[in-house]
Structure formats: C-alpha cells, structure tokens
Design a protein around this ligand. Structure first.
Ligand code: GLY
Ligand code: MN
Ligand code: MN
Length: 469
C-alpha cells in the first residue's frame, strides 16, 4: 500500500513538473518581429556571414533572436538558403529535475524560427563549415574572445575562406535606436507599471519610513504587475541623499520635512522604464522646496515641448539648461548666467539618454554640429533635469573648477556670494524624469500617468495606500 502511494506520488510529481515547464513565455514569442530585424540586418550586410555568441544573456543577441537562454550562438547568412542557424544548450531530462526545461534544438526551430539548430557543444566544430566560401565575417567587437578567435581563424591561409572581419554592432545599434511597434508596446507596459508603483508610493509615504520600505513598495508593485525585475537598482534618496545622483543604498530613515528622490524603472519583456519623481515625505512641499521644484519642472516641461523629429538631442538638453540657469540666477545660486561652469555645480550631467533594452540604451547622442543626433519617430529618450544642493556641492567646487578655465579670484568671489544661499537650500535635491517617445508630429510622454505638478503630487499624497493600513 505504502509503495503504491509512493509510486503514485512520483507519477503525480512528474506530471506537475511537465505542466510547469511547459508554461514559459517564449511560447508566445512573436517570431515575425525578430525575423524582420534579422532580415533588416542581413540587408545591410554585404554578403558574408554574421557570427554571434552569447554565453550570458546579451541584449543584441536577444534583439535579433528573441532567444533568452545563456550559452547560445547564432549565424546569419544572407546569401544562403538556410539563413538563420542557432546553437543552443540541448535538452537534458536530468537537468530538468534541477533547473527546469531548456528550449533545446527542437524549440530553437519551432519557437524561434531557426532554419537549423545544433547543440552548442558542436559550435566550434561546425562553424568552419559555414565560414567556407564566405569573404567576410561580421561579429560583435564587444565579444573580445569571439573576435580574437575568428581573427585567428581567418589568418589561416586557405582558399575560399574569409579574409576580412567587421564589427556588426553599429548597424544593430542604429536599428535599436528606432523602436518598432512591438518594442513600444513592451515599453508602454514597463512604464505604466513604474507609474503605478510611483502612485502607490505617493499614497503610502510617511515620515519615519525607511528608504528601503519605499523601495519595497515600488518593487512589490513591479512584481505584482508582471515585471520580471527592476531595470536598474532603485534609487530612493531622502533628505541629504536626495542630492546624491545615483544613491541606491536606500537604508536611511526618512525625516519629517525631507524630500525623496525616487528614480526607478520596471523591466518588462527585457525593456526598462526610467522614471523619477521627487516628493515631500510628509505630503507637503515647503516654500524652499517649492522654489527649487518649480524651476526643475519648468525646465523639464520646456525641454519635453521641444521634442520632435529633426530636433537635435543636445538642443533638448540646452533648453532645460537655459531654464535651470534662469532659475538658479533668480535664487542667487549662480551669479552669472553666461558662466559655463557655475550652473554645473547644481546640475552636473547631460539630461537625456536613450531608453530601451538598456536603461542607458545604445546609440550615440553626438553629431558634428553640436546640436546632437537628430530625433526620429520611434526613438525613446528620457528628459531628466535636476538641481542638487548638498553638503558636498561647494566642497566639490575646487575639483570642478580645476577642469574649467575659471580664475581663482572669480571662484572666491562666487563662493563668498552664494554661501548663504546654499545654506538656505541645503539638502534639497530635485529630479524629474519622464520617458518620451518621438512621434511623426512631435512626441508622447509615456510616463505622464505619474503626477508631476506640486498640486497633483500633494493631492495624491493625501490618499491612503492599502499597503500601510
Ligand atoms: N536611473 C538612472 C538614470 O536616470 O539615468
Ligand atoms: Mn532614472
Ligand atoms: Mn535616466
């Protein structure tokens, strides 16, 4: 009797195991989207063969294949009948017991649309067969090991063998800068979840909470809504920590009267959001906080308003800088609006970056004429001006100045003048960050669901959250 029970338990367990392993995401993979990207890349290649290898999860590899298991390689061959070859870790029943199912070669074909699939163990042996007859190899120069191996291989004097190797990343990164509708759908979802998390946090925040409690609320809402993980370490900086740009220790207790900079992003389908809101922990901005906040908000609004196809990304940044400079001058935090260095004490970074599979997504911002890369429909960028007045700000002055052409006596005069104003606004850090999609006729703020105005934030903070009842 006992034995029968044990047997049936084992059978049941096996049954559930099989059920569990068959419910993974890739079954819903939109094969055509990835096929289209591969074709687009192959159209840009001049024949030859592209070789990719991803020992760990790799975003460029994922972008082209949708394949998200580590230990994979792929070949793209524009002129061949079988253009898309995948190498993957084979199925292993013994492994399933420990870590679950792998896609295996069968699913590499069925789910991911490979024309042919091999076990990764055969990669080195089979690769030369595919190199034969090609004149050029494309590979990712980020993968040094693969680049070195391929470079060694083509040094062998052989007929009918590749003689040249080129970097495949620039065309891929150009493609990644313009999001297709499938990507925009995923980004909308990641950003929506992030806004929901910020809204819940506004309701839940109260003085005395630890920064990590706020982080926990944010990340609970992420997971509750199907986000796999935060796209980058969540930043929850209160009081003095609000002035530290990438503060992610999140271990201090908030104090009544603190501002909190909350810079977070849910990841969804490997795409990440990146949204920042700055809120007063007690639900009401005080006068000094309002003065700084309004400057940052106006800078952000004007920068976002500029966004449209054909505008340079640096033009968006400089719009924000102009408004910030005006505001700082009004408050007495800078003494010269024309100075190239003064405002940089309070705003020390470029206020835009591309967003996508990476939080600081691939693609250059640069352009020869100083206006920066021209915006195109389908690009997604952040707009994130800020002002940060911390204990460290003036102390960092001499270091900042060393890199500029500022004269010593100018610095001394400046210090003398701004010191009392700095004291007044000490420990106020404000950043406001939204994720903007460039459209045919302008732009769309994908994170507008998270309130930004003082009035709206204060209104949301009056509400109660179900999480701290
Ligand atoms: N969260 C990092 C950034 O805003 O760039
Ligand atoms: Mn951010
Ligand atoms: Mn950002």
């Amino acid at each position: 009797m006992k034995r029968i029970f044990v047997y049936s338990s084992v059978i049941l367990l096996f049954f559930f195991q099989v059920l569990a392993v068959y419910s993974f995401d890739a079954q819903n993979l939109n094969k055509e989207v990835f096929a289209k990207r591969r074709q687009k890349l192959m159209d840009k290649m001049e024949g030859g063969i592209a070789v990719f290898r991803a020992d760990a999860f790799n975003r460029d590899f994922y972008y082209l294949t949708g394949f998200d298991e580590p230990g994979a390689a792929c070949l793209l061959i524009p002129d061949a009948e079988e253009k898309f070859i995948l190498f993957v870790r084979p199925q292993s029943p013994a492994r399933i017991v420990w870590t679950g199912k792998r896609y295996g070669t069968e699913e590499a074909v069925k789910v991911f649309g490979a024309d042919k699939a091999y076990s990764m163990a055969q990669f080195e042996k089979i690769l030369p067969r595919y190199l034969m007859g090609k004149d050029r190899i494309y590979c990712s120069f980020n993968n040094k090991e693969l680049t070195d191996t391929l470079t060694q291989m083509i040094r062998r004097p052989r007929d009918n063998w590749p003689k040249e190797i080129s970097n495949v990343l620039p065309p891929i990164h150009d493609m990644r800068m313009i999001k297709d509708s499938y990507e925009i759908k995923l980004m909308r979802k990641a950003i929506d979840i992030t806004c929901d998390a910020l809204l819940e946090t506004m309701k839940a925040a109260e003085p005395g909470m630890y920064e990590y409690e706020i982080e926990a609320i944010i990340e609970y809402i992420f997971r509750k809504n199907g986000s796999q993980r935060p796209g980058f370490p969540s930043i929850v900086g209160s009081g003095p920590n609000s002035t530290i740009l990438h503060y992610d220790v999140n271990k201090h207790q908030t104090q009544d009267g603190d501002l909190i900079v909350i810079d977070v992003g849910a990841e969804y389908g490997y795409y990440t959001a990146d949204v920042t809101r700055t809120i007063p922990v007690n639900g009401k901005f005080n006068k000094k906080q309002k003065e700084i906040y309004e400057i940052v908000l106006e800078a952000q609004k004007q920068a976002i308003d500029k966004i449209a196809p054909g505008v340079g990304i640096y033009e968006v940044h400089y719009r924000a800088v102009e408004v910030i400079k005006d505001g700082l001058y009004r408050l007495g935090l800078i003494t010269d609006k024309e100075s190239r260095w003064q405002y940089r004490i309070w705003l020390m970074y470029n206020t835009n970056h591309w967003l996508g599979l990476d939080v600081h997504d691939v693609g250059s911002r640069g352009h020869d004429d100083g206006k920066g890369r021209r915006l195109e429909p389908g690009m997604v960028l952040t707009v994130e001006p800020g002002i940060y007045i911390g204990e460290h700000s003036l102390a960092s002055l001499s270091e900042t100045m060393r890199r500029s052409n500022a004269r010593k006596e100018d610095i001394a005069a400046f210090l003398e003048k701004v010191k009392p104003i700095v004291e007044k606004y000490m420990n106020i850090g404000v950043r406001i960050e939204d994720d903007i999609l460039v459209t045919e006729d302008g732009h769309e703020n994908l994170s507008s669901k998270a309130p930004r105005t003082i009035k709206e934030i204060e209104k949301w903070m009056k509400k109660k959250s179900y999480l701290n009842k």
